[in-house]
Design a protein around this ligand. Structure first.
Ligand SMILES: [Zn+2]
Length: 113
């Protein structure tokens, strides 16, 4: 009686798909799905601009990513800083004008005495 042995399959190294590091939930063969490293960078920059994260937190979130990506993120954060500062100055001026108008109006409506 011949022994039937299943032919040994050559050990193939399969790369287990891992969820994309950007948080989108897509399977990726590396750390990121294609193009999602840049996506994560811009999301982090937006989160910092919206004050949801500090720069340090944003960089910590990119912790597993490559140094090149972290360098890119640092540059993007610095650039965004400049842009948002310019925008922010105008927004602050507008908010102050609005607050002054609102204060003047509520002063009119107030009945004293
Ligand atoms: Zn992704």
């Amino acid at each position: 009686m011949a022994k039937t042995t299943a032919p040994a399959k050559p050990a193939k190294k399969t790369v287990e798909p891992t969820p994309c590091f950007c948080g989108c939930g897509k399977d990726s063969k590396g750390l990121f799905a294609p193009g999602h490293d840049a996506k994560m960078c811009s999301e982090l920059v937006k989160a910092v601009a919206a004050k949801k994260l500090t720069k340090a937190q944003a960089l910590a979130k990119a912790g597993k990513a490559s140094d090149a990506l972290k360098n890119k993120l640092t540059t993007m954060l610095a650039n965004a800083d400049k842009r948002f500062k310019e925008k922010g100055d105008r927004a602050v001026a507008r908010a102050q004008a609005k607050a002054a108008r609102a204060a003047a109006r509520s002063g009119d409506e107030k009945v004293s005495g």
